[in-house]
Structure formats: structure tokens, C-alpha cells
Design a protein around this ligand. Structure first.
Ligand SMILES: C[S@@+](CC[C@H](N)C(=O)[O-])C[C@H]1O[C@@H](n2cnc3c(N)ncnc32)[C@H](O)[C@@H]1O
Length: 318
């Protein structure tokens, strides 16, 4: 049987022999040793070495940006740094914690252990929320958006970037997450249009200014049951905050509260848009309809047909 050709970067013509040999050795090491998470399909061995190569050369960037960034020749110091970074990655440190970058809906954001690393699956909710916001802003230029459980601020930032007329409020129970979200808003230049607060679920927004006046309320809540948390991969439980995942004994503690507390903030006809865990869609949809507070309820399904987000419109005539 013919042996596999050694992996080479596309820029192999520009790299010296030593760099090429290093690239090949590290790619093989990563291919054999990397425990890849199914919810981060973009983090292949090649994408990992490419992004760590840039980081070792002093250019922190996301996997997506590194894909089109030319590889520089390495210095002795960069090679040492690269070796350390590969060892940390193989030991389970999330790639986004090493690079401090993660792309969400084509926006490169800052990432860190303070908050959940934004996931691809949340782009379903993000896309649906952006489409809703654009529609709402056509009808009312002074649209008000609230993002609860904001974490690193990914949904709030993308919503603010997609509609410059929107006034966005976001919060999290974790003050560390809010600190990262604040850095992200400044990083993306939307800090003047996104107000950040620390507090429990919708409590930070229960003010005269916002009660009954919110057009769009987004949330990616924790929805894993406490019992299932222990079975999660070490790369997640050992490095990302438990508060971001733990949805109580049945996984729906925050979801239930969100459904019952959101109508207090939403204006009549305003929308609640939130993510649900795999398999939770049908029962949460029934709960929304059964509450009597919402008229239209629209599930958002992934490529496999599973509901991963729900959009629910507060009744006009409560
Ligand atoms: C699944 S993470 C989502 C983070 C981010 N929105 C995203 O999409 O990546 C859930 C977030 O909810 C926050 N959280 C958990 N319980 C909360 C509560 N009672 N009130 C407010 N935020 C809470 C966590 O700190 C975490 O940042």
C-alpha cells in the first residue's frame, strides 16, 4: 500500500526546509493526539497548527482568519513558543483560550475562560435574531434589544453590528463574563450602543425604561441537566465556567423562568428568541404555547431537522 504523503501547508514553497519539517511533525502530532470536540468542527489538526503558528509569531487570530493569512518564517523563539502551545492544546486547553479569539457569525471576538466560547450551533439563533431585528427596525427605528445570559457578548455584539439603530442591553449573572463582554464591545466599536449589566436573568432590565418596551429579547441560557455535566469532555468542564451549562436537575430551570418572566419586559407584539438543547424543542414549544402569553411560536431547526432555537411573539392582547 502506498504511504500517505507528509502534510504540507499550501505556502510550502515560501517556507524553509526547517519550517516545513516542523510543520509536518506538529501536524502529525496533532492528528494523532488531538481530542476534537464535535461542536467545533473547524478545529482540524491543520487549522490548529496554522493558528498556533501565527500566535507563536505574535499574531493572535481566529481559525477562520488564519485560513487566509500567509504563514511567516519562524524564529527560534517562535519555534519554542509553538512547541509549548501545541503541548498545551494536546493537554486539552481550548484553542480559543490559547488564541483568545473566536469567530461568531463571521465576527472575530475576544475569548477567554471568563465566559463560554461561542459555539457554531448558536449561529442558528443569531441568524434568526438578526433577521427578526432587521424586520423590527423597518417598522420602528428606535428598536430596543435585550440579550440575557450574554456571556462573552457574542449575540449582543452581532445584533448591534447588524442594526445601527438598535439600542442594545445585555447582562449576565457572572461579573467575569460581563467584563469580557465589555472588552468585546470596545474591541468591535459598539461600546456606546450596548449597555452591559450584571444580575440574575431579566432582573437587571426590570426598570421603568424597559418594562413592557422591549422589541426583541434574546437568550442562550444554560440548558444541560446537572447530572449530565459530569459526562461532558474535560476540555469543556475543566476550562469553561459551569454556570454557562448548568440548567438544573432537568436542564430547563432558566428556560422555564425565561418563558414566564419575558412577557413583563416585552412590548405587546415583541419577540422572545432563545436557544434550546438537543431534544428539548417540542416540550419547550408546548410550554410556550401553554403559557398563554405568546401567540406565534416558530421553531428554528438545524440541518438535521432538530429544533435548536425558538422564536415566540408576545400576544398583542394579553
Ligand atoms: C450557554 S452560556 C451563553 C453565553 C453566550 N450568550 C453565548 O451564546 O455563547 C449561558 C450564560 O448564562 C449565564 N447565566 C447562568 N445563569 C444565569 C442567571 N441566573 N442569570 C443570568 N445569567 C446567567 C452564564 O454565566 C453564561 O454566561
Amino acid at each position: 500500500m502506498a504511504s500517505q504523503p507528509a502534510p504540507r501547508p499550501v505556502e510550502s514553497a515560501q517556507l524553509g526546509e526547517d519550517d516545513l519539517a516542523l510543520w509536518q511533525a506538529l501536524t502529525v502530532q496533532l492528528e494523532q493526539g488531538l481530542d476534537r470536540l464535535p461542536d467545533k468542527p473547524e478545529e482540524t489538526a491543520e487549522a490548529t497548527i496554522r493558528v498556533l503558528w501565527q500566535l507563536a509569531a505574535g499574531e493572535p487570530m481566529s481559525v477562520q482568519r488564519a485560513a487566509s493569512w500567509p504563514l511567516p518564517a519562524s524564529s527560534v523563539e517562535a519555534r519554542e513558543r509553538l512547541g509549548r502551545l501545541v503541548r498545551e492544546r494536546l493537554a486539552g486547553v481550548p484553542l480559543a483560550h490559547l488564541t483568545q479569539r473566536q469567530t461568531f457569525m463571521d465576527v472575530e471576538m475576544l475569548a477567554g475562560p471568563e465566559a463560554l466560547i461561542p459555539r457554531r450551533e448558536t449561529e442558528l439563533l443569531g441568524g434568526a435574531a438578526v433577521a427578526l431585528l432587521r424586520r423590527l427596525a423597518e417598522a420602528n427605528a428606535d428598536v430596543i434589544v435585550v440579550d440575557a445570559c450574554t456571556g462573552s457578548g457574542n449575540l449582543a455584539a452581532v445584533l448591534a453590528l447588524s442594526e445601527s439603530r438598535a439600542k442594545v442591553y445585555a447582562s449576565d449573572l457572572s461579573s467575569e463574563a460581563v467584563t469580557l463582554a465589555r472588552r468585546n464591545m470596545a474591541h468591535l466599536g459598539v461600546e456606546k450602543r450596548v449597555t452591559l449589566r450584571v444580575g440574575d436573568l431579566l432582573e437587571p432590565f426590570d426598570t421603568d425604561e424597559l418594562r413592557g418596551r422591549v422589541d426583541l429579547l434574546t437568550c442562550n441560557p444554560p440548558y444541560i441537566s446537572t447530572g449530565r455535566m459530569a459526562a461532558m469532555p474535560d476540555e469543556i468542564v475543566g476550562h469553561e465556567p459551569a454556570l454557562a451549562f448548568d440548567g438544573g436537575p432537568l436542564g430547563i430551570r432558566i428556560l422555564q423562568r425565561l418563558i414566564s418572566e419575558a412577557p413583563r419586559l416585552l412590548r405587546p407584539g415583541g419577540w422572545l428568541a432563545f436557544e434550546v438543547g438537543l431534544g428539548q424543542g417540542p416540550s419547550v414549544e408546548r410550554r410556550l404555547l401553554g403559557s398563554g402569553d405568546y401567540g406565534d411560536v416558530e421553531p428554528v431547526a438545524d440541518a438535521a431537522g432538530q429544533t435548536r432555537a425558538l422564536l415566540a411573539r408576545r400576544r398583542q392582547d394579553p
